[in-house]
Design a protein around this ligand. Sequence first.
Ligand SMILES: [Zn+2]
Ligand SMILES: [Zn+2]
Length: 576
Amino acid sequence: MTEDNRESLETMRHSVAHVMAEAVMALFPEAKLGIGPAIADGFYYDFDLPRPLVPEDLVLIEEQMRKAISKNSPFIREEVDRQRAREIFACQPYKLELIEELPDDQVLSIYRQGPFVDLCRGPHLDVTGQIGAFKLLNTAGAYWRGDEHQPMLQRIYGTAFETQAALDDYLHRLAEAERRDHRKLGRELDLFSIHEEAGPGLVLWHPKGALVRKLIEDFWREEHAKRGYELVFTPHIFKVGLWKTSGHWEMYRENLYSPMDVDGQDYIVKPMNCPGHILMYKTRIHSYRELPLRWAELGTVYRYERSGVLHGLARVRGFTQDDAHIFCRHDQLEDEIIGVLELARFMMKTFGFDEYQILLSTRPEKYAGTIEAWDQATATLERALRRFGLPYKIDPGEGVFYGPKIDIKLQDALGRAWQGPTIQVDFNLPERFEVTYRGDDGQEHLVAMIHRTVLGSMERFLACLIEHYAGAFPVWLAPVQAVVIPIADRHIDYARQIEAELRVDGLRVQVDARSERMNSKIREAQFQKIPYMLVVGDKEVAASTVSIRLRTGEDLGPQPLSQFKAIANTAIETKR
Ligand SMILES: [Zn+2]
Ligand SMILES: [Zn+2]
């Protein structure tokens, strides 16, 4: 979308917000108006109303809006002084509050359409008839000015597009996003839960979710070992002094939890794994010949996030990073970055992400170290990106305080971006902790350090995977790969035999021996997104076969068990 298109869409959406407010005033003449801006995907307007809105109200408001739009009223701009504005909005306390806050000499503009008038900078359409296709979506409570000490207003969200087709497309994506919502699927598939009584943003992994996570972690460990990484473990708490040395205490304070007292010393739960790895490195002298060292840890860290931004597994307060630190010489940096980019690309491909965006984030306002070191690190990342050969964009000022970074945003099946791999070059911590190696000149030199994750965190990555696959994990990750469905009780023994034989082969199989009808068992297995359903009845028992159905509804008919094993094993090996 071009900038012009975006602006005209915004103008139209804001105009629809005014028409919605006009309709609400027609239905609730005593309504008090808050504000009603256009937002990323539509618009909203806040109202103080005599009663809570119910979904049927939105239908009535939409009808009223259509009536108003059919009159094709012009949007008329008028400039007024403060006194006149006070008179016009005499019955609108929230508007009066806004008026009082403007500078004395400011010329105020108001917009009218039909009987409605609003304090507004504009711009607006010429006439209401230019409004395209719109829809009111939902309501939510919203404090006036986002302040919990202020009255709670009712916010109505809506959206509008130039054409009905564009609106339909958007609504379809919205419904699809809801269907794929990892919080909903996490419940339905029994993967994880989060409890107010345990603490918001703290995840409990149920057996099925834990299994998926373990499979990803096992794969991750194997792949790292193949690429010359070694695994390490570090504790969950460290003394505060370590975070003072690292700079986190000063630069990252708002994300750190309060210290706890241990034998009169302050400790905090770790927000990062880096200092632990650095201390390990420093336990002995390293020669230039043994670099690079690549140390990986599935390290659980804790960072404070405001409760308002927490979101299922995607935004949490405790999470496990698939972390690694590479200690290398400066002349090795570029190759090491390429190595991480290759690993990241391999991981993304394995999990079915073919589209992604690469960003190079540069020096933020709050930074540690010298500008020269920053420029040097940024240039190294850029050289590596150019050699890697994929297109990238610069994201100015978005680096972390200790260095520039490469961020890779994964694009899921709905085209939405998720934060994925991150590669950071750090010249700062090596200096602060005096992390050195002995060069071929016999002198000590500062190492270059790379911080990197290729999945991000297990929590966020799983949120992304659940939504990307809509809960239907590929066979290698599916917590239950096949369910054997006996048609009648007399087929249960045969079903158990099948189960036992497949388990020997390492497949994750269950028998659904409940006394439900076959169709309801199939529905349940589809709801659980189990890849294979093996239906067994008289015919299958007699012929020693299984009737294979896929979760997509496809029916492969009766097959010898060996044939099913071949199908399942191919899917597992190819990770499809
Ligand atoms: Zn306005
Ligand atoms: Zn780190």
